[in-house]
Design a protein around this ligand. Sequence first.
Ligand code: DSN
Length: 428
Amino acid sequence: MTAPSVPADLRHPALAAADPELAALVAAEERLQADTLRLIPSENYVSAAVLEASGTVLQNKYSEGYPGKRYYEGQQIIDQVETLTAERAKGLFGMDHANVQPYSGSPANLAVYLAFLKPGDTVLGMSLPMGGHLTHGWGVSATGTWFNGVQYGVRRDTGRVDLDEVRDLALAERPKLIFCGGTAVPREIDFAGFASIAREVGAVLVADIAHIAGLIAGGAHPSPAPHVDVVSTTTHKTLRGPRGAMLLSRAEHARAIDRAVFPGLQGGPHNQTTAAIGVALREAATPDFRSYARDVVTNARTLGEELAARGFDLVSGGTDNHLLLIDLTAKDVPGKVAAKALDRAGIVVNHNSVPYDTRKPFDPSGIRIGTPALTSRGIPASEMGTVAEWIDRVVEAARTGDESTVTKVRAEVTALMDGYPAPGLPLS
Ligand code: DSN
């Protein structure tokens, strides 16, 4: 197990003095994040700079409104923080307008509905079990109950989105809003193809790039900017920023987006998060981040090949990005059983539905894994064979109930993690 280079009570001295109980939990989470192999594709390690920015006195300030048009005084500095961050977002993603206030991805997407739709209007999005997000019109979400959610999926034979199906649905249902992107999509998104369909039916096209924002910023995935009306993204996944979100748009939609975020949906922005987003955007504009984005994809592709060589069934046959969706049916282990065994082995993944899953969402057939966090630790493609081998051993151990293998892999994982310190964690 890794030894802390700085003891927890010195890393967070005020917290340790004021609330030892919570300080101990924070220290334990730091240890867990350092010692485990984190493969959840929507998670990452932020830099120490992003971490510092998100813990600043900026959080003491209320600033409902926008720079120059606030409902509280004392905005001399906050206006500059928000403007700087929004300018960086516009520059990095090549869009006319940026709103950096959404609290996270779901409120950002809800603001898009508020900007363009009335209750009952139709939205076309990818269905949740096919790889979409709850907020793309799925039934149990407000977006599928207050609006008429029409859903596309992936083809059974290819595991990929079929734009002919999307076009047929769009022509039949005439949605006002179309979402492309998702949360379990291992393949490149054809923004131009979606744009042509949206133009044909007169819909507003939104690219939800939450998962791939860092890949786009780093040039490892094509940009939606030339094609879409609105870009929605969280900031804490491949972009490696704090937990937050942004909405970017063409100039003509700026007012509608801004009014929807505030006063339509939210109150005061979380200014400490805005600053940390700004730091992450600055980091994402560097040559180092371009290498990072490329390495994330190389690691995912290599890990996919190593897993496929061990008989794992990858949805769509592989990946173009940071994410792998694995159907464990052929391994005879339910996704949740595998995920829990992997967690005990120090390999953190999530169970996930696979397209056309015959099992229930809370007990599905698959797992979803990704490489953003391990790549942030500098773990190279040459280690992906070892990672695939661990996954293979643990999934087989889960099938047979062989807990001693799980324990052995746990020790091997911690030993490897020791050699690749995580950004932002003052643990050696
Ligand atoms: N919960 C996120 C994910 O894990 O992909 C999406 O919102």
